[in-house]
Design a protein around this ligand. Structure first.
Ligand code: ATP
Ligand code: MG
Length: 287
């Protein structure tokens, strides 16, 4: 078991963080598992919910997720208690995972005819009795019923943005969905955190994208950028986060720093800060 020195402020209530961006490959899963591990290594109890049929978060955490494993599909579609599918993560004390199996690919359609289809995940998390400081939900790259379940289940949306051309494309649609869910189903929902990922400081494009994101969004953007790092991309093939795979690497240190920012912000804002998107102009390049 790895344990890191030092502690971070722990939230008074469980913070449910929805890691979403319907754009594929922007670093949602990488961000989910590495932030979750960073917080757990600092003493927090953290649950990762893998809500993507690809099961990448389960793989990255070294969690068995072959077809017969009890999974988040059973929770959403069969009303199985969340506690029955949660598994402890081997290398990191205090870190747990509700895995996704390939079954989840059918859930988008199966859920359509289920009662209270948008709030299945929210109900399952509410009924979970183990104490938790954080829940991180890794969303699939779409805005379907699985992502809607995530948006109903928590208060804080975390948006990873890859520092590349077209980075902001589609973001307007995600933000509109957040507003819709906030207006109709979950008044607490807001974008609390934006994280710039795969940042390559040597390119002008990366710094231009970073600048653009920072000018569109204000304080939601974390000061820490996540660099492009081979160690980050290698870690999942060992069923590990970069925090345990290479603790001293720049990727590991940057996720620790991002997690620290998130923990400290949560401690200083007793009430969730409402988003200010309405007061800003529309996101440029957004569809
Ligand atoms: P999907 O939309 O398919 O779920 P995603 O948004 O979850 O994708 P990831 O799977 O986290 O994105 O990352 C996409 C790819 O980029 C992966 O191969 C991952 O290892 C790699 N990657 C993510 N972050 C970094 C980084 N900071 N440096 C280098 N590679 C990275
Ligand atoms: Mg993913």
């Amino acid at each position: 078991m790895y344990r890191s020195g030092g502690t971070l402020p722990r939230p008074q209530q469980t913070r449910i963080m929805i890691v979403a961006n319907q754009k594929g490959g922007v670093g949602k899963t990488t961000t989910t598992v590495n932030l979750a591990a960073s917080l757990a290594l600092h003493g927090a109890r953290v649950l990762v919910i893998d809500l993507d049929p690809q099961g990448n978060a389960s793989t990255a955490l070294g969690i068995d997720h072959h077809a017969d494993v009890p999974s988040i599909y059973d929770v959403l579609v069969e009303s199985r208690p969340l506690a029955e599918v949660v598994q402890p993560v081997n290398d990191v004390e205090g870190l747990f995972c509700a895995p996704a199996t390939i079954d989840l690919a059918g859930a988008e359609i199966e859920l359509v005819s289920v009662v209270a289809r948008e709030s299945r995940l929210q109900r399952a998390i509410s009924a979970y009795e183990q104490p938790l400081d954080y829940v991180f939900i890794d969303c699939p790259p779409s805005l379907g019923l699985l992502t809607v379940n995530a948006l109903v289940a928590g208060a804080e949306v975390v948006i990873p943005i890859q520092c590349e051309y077209y980075a902001l494309e589609g973001l307007g649609q995600l933000l509109r969905n957040v507003e819709l869910v906030r207006g109709h189903l979950n008044p607490d929902l807001h974008v609390s955190t934006i994280l710039l990922t795969m940042y390559d400081g040597r390119t002008r494009l990366a710094s231009q994208v970073a600048e653009e994101v920072r000018s569109h969004f204000g304080t939601e953007v974390l000061r820490t950028n996540i660099p492009r790092s081979v160690r980050i991309s290698e870690a999942p093939s060992y069923g590990q986060t970069v925090l345990t795979y290479d603790p001293g690497s720049s990727g590991s240190l940057s996720y620790l720093e991002a997690a620290r920012e998130i923990a400290v912000r949560g401690a200083t804002t007793s009430q969730h800060v409402l988003p200010q998107q309405e007061q800003r102009g529309p996101v440029e390049g957004a569809q």
